[in-house]
Design a protein around this ligand. Structure first.
Ligand code: GLP
Length: 249
């Protein structure tokens, strides 16, 4: 695993945006699986700005959803769906045929999981999976205790996720389940990038980097990824002691 530490959120976002722009410039038909959330927001705004300024063509890319809140409609501002249309797909004029998100209102969520796996398989895998990290160490909605062998699945959300997740919603909402790609999907992505920013993530980042790789801390699996990159700002990296950093296991 490769670990990079940037000065602040702006610098981190700049480099993360460059990673996406460089991939799409090199591989115009790239398959991208991106996280929603506060952390990558500036990254996507910078991607849009750079793509427009430099004429980067996203029209051949495929976008695959990472996760979604079960039961939350796409019109709700707190949904991952809304986030992507608003911050990335509409500004980049991505066509609907390029977009494959979980339908979290589907009466058959198992079918939604199979749908997503089939798309990923048909597209020869994910080129870039860019994730954030939850306060409990989750990636996507892979909550503590999840099996590392799982592909897409439906989960009961952890208490921390239910509480922290309220921040995305204009009104309080009942969050009980999530639908997500699994840790096996993450491990099979050709490139995996985990972004973290801010001192509130410092403790979970220290555990991710320095403690044992364990399902108790799902994000730690990135250290088993053959092309895994952690991109942190100094605040998120501030609790690292130096033990175990950059080790490939
Ligand atoms: C959410 C999402 C994740 C996201 C993470 C961190 O619950 N399911 O995909 O990466 O938590 O979010 P943030 O970047 O807002 O801290």
């Amino acid at each position: 695993m490769n670990l990079s530490i940037y000065k602040d959120y702006n610098d981190l976002s700049e480099h993360a945006a460059e990673t996406i722009i460089a991939l799409v410039s090199r591989t115009p038909d790239a398959v991208l699986c991106l996280a929603s959330g506060d952390t990558p927001l500036l990254t996507y705004q910078l991607v849009v700005r750079k793509a427009i300024k430099n004429g980067i063509d996203f029209s051949q890319c495929t976008f695959v959803g990472l996760d979604e809140w079960v039961g939350v409609p796409p019109t709700n501002e707190g949904s991952c769906h809304y986030f992507f249309y608003h911050h990335l797909f509409q500004p980049l004029r991505i066509s609907n045929g390029q977009i494959h998100l979980f339908d979290a209102l589907s009466p058959d969520l198992a079918q939604e999981c199979r749908k997503m796996e089939k798309i990923i398989y048909a597209k020869n895998g994910i080129d870039l999976m860019l994730v954030g990290i939850g306060m409990n160490g989750h990636i996507g909605f892979n909550e503590p205790g999840v099996s590392p062998n799982r592909y897409a699945h439906v989960v009961e959300l952890d208490e921390i996720t239910r509480a922290v997740g309220q921040k995305y919603f204009p009104q309080p909402v009942v969050l009980s389940r999530g639908i997500t790609l699994g840790l096996q999907s993450f491990l099979e992505a050709k490139c995996a990038v985990l972004l973290a920013s801010g001192v509130k993530k410092a403790s979970v980042i220290r555990q991710t980097v320095e403690d044992e790789i364990s399902p108790a801390l799902p994000a730690s699996i990135i250290r088993n990824h053959s092309n895994g990159h952690m991109m942190l700002d100094e605040a998120a990296a501030s609790a690292l002691t130096g033990k175990g950093t950059s080790q490939a296991i």
